[in-house]
Design a protein around this ligand. Structure first.
Ligand code: TYM
Length: 331
């Protein structure tokens, strides 16, 4: 069957609600109809130059959270990016086919490097989207479930796949982004016109799924809302309320219309209470499962070793084909 692939960076101790609703939640049902590859992008995380001990721990924590969220390692291949050397191999070949100008136009790179200044921006951050393209193309993934912020990187990936196929003959599946309009961009609770992100100015707008549920309830209750009192879904006029409604609709699987109708005559406090309950109902057992998986570390490491072995088989076959096509002498 067709393949689906997505990775997540181990750049924090906990995944946040945006990661879950925008991406990970979609990964779970896709296991039913696709041959799924899900993993932890530890090589990508090196771009922020993390402490080595912390990176190792976060890689395991991220893997545990994928499983806690419902990824089933007996059906899906769960792996760590650096365990499959072919990612860096393909990344180099693709780098040599990517225009410097095209890479320079990646908005995430422009934002991050503008914030850091060019002296503290490493080259890895610049070539980051090319490594991401390699992640996807190695596995011939047809669908890539991600949040809206990855759309431009997917465009680059499609471009590179098309360019390679045109130059060397059909080699790669050209992947489709799987981005849900409803949840593709979960916003910051304190600044509802910006996406929820671990690098936000204030931690109060961010829901870390592994935090003490009490802390998250507090953050939700102090979320920025909008003027007026009516609960309606209008992202331009009411970004704060609309973001809370988006979160609630996603977590309860309720259609937006029904949800909004249910709040007729009620106030912002009622909405926040409902969101807090829904987040807790998801996050409390998620946290328990994650901590349990981390307690059984050898079991988790075994899952990752098996995942890497399977991923390597697929990746090796792609890179062998690619190396031959571009004219590298077989070893
Ligand atoms: P990362 O680790 O930053 O985020 C993981 C996933 O969460 C999504 N996301 C959001 N979705 C909705 N609202 C938000 N506020 C929000 N914040 C984050 C991201 O879009 C992502 O899907 N480059 C990727 C990791 C990666 C990858 C890949 C993804 C590496 N290789 C290959 C797919 C395929 C990243 O930094 O995601």
């Amino acid at each position: 069957s067709d393949r689906v692939l997505s990775l997540i960076q181990p750049t924090a101790d906990s995944l946040h609600l945006g990661n879950y609703l925008g991406a990970l939640r979609q990964w779970v049902p896709l296991q039913d109809s696709y041959d799924a590859f899900y993993g932890v992008a530890d090589l990508h995380a090196l771009t922020v130059e993390p402490d080595p001990v912390v990176l190792k721990e976060r890689t395991l924590r991220a893997a545990a959270q994928l499983i806690a969220a419902g990824i089933d390692p007996s059906r899906s291949t769960v792996f760590v990016q650096s365990h499959v050397v072919e990612h860096t191999q393909l990344s180099w070949v693709l780098s040599c086919m990517t225009g410097f100008g095209q890479a320079s136009r990646m908005t995430q790179f422009k934002d991050k490097s503008a914030k850091a200044g060019s002296d503290s921006t490493n080259v890895g951050l610049f070539s980051y989207p090319i490594l991401m393209a390699a992640d996807i193309l190695l596995y011939q993934a047809a669908q890539v479930p991600v949040g809206e912020d990855q759309r431009q990187h997917l465009e680059l990936t499609r471009d590179l796949a098309g360019r390679f196929n045109a130059r060397y003959g059909r080699t790669f599946v050209v992947p489709e982004p799987h981005i849900l309009k409803s949840v593709g961009k979960i916003q910051d609770l304190q600044e509802p016109t910006a996406k929820m992100s671990k690098s936000a100015a204030s931690p109060n707008g961010l829901i870390d799924l592994l935090d003490d549920p009490k802390i998250n309830v507090k953050k939700i209750k102090s979320a920025v809302t909008d003027s007026g009192r009516e609960i309606s879904f209008d992202e331009d006029a009411k970004p704060g309320v609309s973001n809370l409604l988006t979160i609630l609709a996603a977590l309860t699987d309720e259609p937006m219309d029904t949800l909004v109708a249910g709040f007729e005559g009620k106030g912002y406090g009622d909405l926040k209470g409902a969101v807090a309950d829904a987040v807790t109902a998801f996050a409390a057992p998620y946290r328990e499962r994650t901590l349990q998986l981390l307690d059984e570390r050898t079991e988790l490491e075994k899952i990752l070793a098996e995942g890497a072995a399977h991923a390597r088989e697929v990746a090796h076959s792609t890179i062998t084909d690619v190396y031959a096509k571009v004219g590298l002498l077989p070893a």
